[in-house]
Design a protein around this ligand. Structure first.
Ligand code: GLV
Ligand code: GLV
Length: 325
């Protein structure tokens, strides 16, 4: 029997490639950018395993090109880039990287929430541009985080970690989720509400939901209209949870106080996009899990998912065929 062939779409950090090499012959796209689609389709032909980034679309076309494929391992917790049903129909297992990035991503949500609320980027611009001439009693007033109401949309692992941070800031925390989470409600004093109620009552709305057909444009024009004029919106989930055009209007016309975005639609966001010019919008380029410790842990977990799947063993983090938070 020949060794399994493992296709890696981008050089992963840490020990991932060494771990993969225990399980088969590894081919890594050598360049410092996303792999060309045609080359990926070609390499997939002989692949037993695909180790992917969230930039790769794993769809029927790619799966059709890969008759021997047994596992797709995404170096991300979100798997909206993967057609899970198509994988399930073919008996292809799907892995992802939960848990190892939870706190790091919740920290990013918190950084954005505070940056928008306290106008950190505008303050930095003020200093850098030489406009800081004197102390002013009303300079760059923000909104409070402490002792306000935090609304978490999609209470999964990351949402729960954001809730913990909220509790530490003396916030009242409400959430939406497809299923109630009684243990978390009990442990953290959370309250489950519907989305309408969450939007009306929250001072800060944090999106951590997975992107699915049901959550696409969950935050649309009507949702933004329902929010308080002093509220902030933070998105660390996926860009298309929010209708970008509606958000541009909401921020320009000050329907809400501001937004902090780790993810956008489109992504990457061009520098001349109207969102970028808005002083009440803080955008970072999808950095939620981007620390050395976390990205290395994700890369290694994704590698161990491949090794286990190729051995026919339980994967450390297999995406269930149905369900989610
Ligand atoms: C990043 O966005 C991830 O899903 O891990
Ligand atoms: C998402 O899957 C999460 O971990 O919250």
């Amino acid at each position: 029997m020949t060794a399994p062939f493992i296709v890696v779409t981008r050089r992963p950090p840490g020990r991932a490639v060494e771990i993969l090499a225990e399980a088969g012959q590894v081919w890594v796209w050598p360049e410092d950018r996303a792999i060309d689609r045609d080359l990926l389709l070609d390499r997939a032909r002989d692949a037993d395993a695909l180790y992917t980034m969230l930039t790769e679309r794993v769809d029927e076309e790619l799966l059709d090109a890969a008759p021997g494929l047994r596992v797709v391992s995404n170096m991300a917790v979100g798997v909206d880039n993967i057609d899970r049903e198509a994988c399930a129909r073919r008996g292809i297992r799907v892995g992802h990287t939960p848990d190892v990035l939870t706190d790091t991503t919740a920290d990013m949500a918190w950084a954005l929430l505070l940056a928008v609320s306290r106008r950190i980027v505008e303050g930095v611009d003020h200093v850098r541009s030489g406009r800081w001439r004197r102390w002013e009693p009303k300079l760059l007033w923000g909104v409070d985080a402490s002792r306000t109401t935090l609304g978490i949309v999609g209470l999964g692992r990351i949402g729960a970690a954001v809730a913990r941070r909220g509790s530490a800031f003396g916030m009242e925390v409400v959430y939406t989720s497809r299923r109630p989470k009684p243990a978390l409600e009990e442990a953290l004093g959370l309250r489950r509400v519907d989305l309408g109620r969450l939007l009306e009552t929250s001072d800060h709305v944090v999106l951590t939901a997975a992107l699915t057909p049901e959550t696409h444009h969950l935050i649309d024009r009507a949702a933004l209209e329902a929010m308080r004029p002093t509220a902030t919106l933070v998105n660390v989930g996926r860009g298309p949870l929010v209708d970008t055009d509606a958000l541009v209007t909401a921020l320009s016309e000050r329907w809400i106080f501001g937004a902090g975005l780790d993810v956008t639609d489109p992504e990457p966001l061009p520098a001349d996009h109207p969102l970028v010019a808005l002083s009440n919008c803080v955008i970072v380029p999808h950095l939620g899990s981007s620390t050395r410790r976390t990205r290395e842990a994700m890369a290694e977990l994704a590698a161990r998912n491949v090794v286990a799947a190729l051995a026919g063993e339980p994967m450390p983090a297999e995406v269930p065929t149905t369900g989610g938070s």
